[in-house]
Design a protein around this ligand. Sequence first.
Ligand code: SF4
Length: 180
Amino acid sequence: MTRKSKVKRSQRIMIWLYPLIAIGGLFYPFLGYVMLAMMVFLVIYSYFKARYWCGNLCPRGAFLDIVMPYLTLDRSYPRLLTRKWFRWSVLGFFMSVFIARIMATGGNPVAIGGVFISMCVVTSLIAIPLGIATRPRAWCAFCPMGTLQETLGKVGRRHAKAHRKAVRLPSSSDRNSPKS
Ligand code: SF4
């Protein structure tokens, strides 16, 4: 399969949101609210579809799949990046910084939008050089949003399984009732 054929149509559409937010947001911080909307969507959606967002809709994921293959040195990245404790530490760190920065805005809507934009820029400054030095999707191995989606997806699957089991299990009254 060629690099080109692996890219999904949805990714070709969503990729445009990446420069729009990361670059356009520097001039118009309200674009940060697009990122907020996407984060809310992916958190809810991941409960049902785990990391579907990552492989199909994420603008940064699309960029890493479409552009980075032309820039990457394609070398394996340290296994540390995939360790559970490392991924959760990264999630904890980014969430703490994010919450602290949102609180520091004092509720100013422009500043709140700016927090989302700066998070996008900072994480891109990690994701892109890392993708060049190692593999295109190296960032996705420990991206906080990826970790969150994976966890919510597992919770969703566990709930769905428990629900199916509960629906299938006959109650004691069923067992005692005569078969029709
Ligand atoms: S892991 Fe993060 S950057 Fe990668 S596709 Fe998923 S949400 Fe996007």
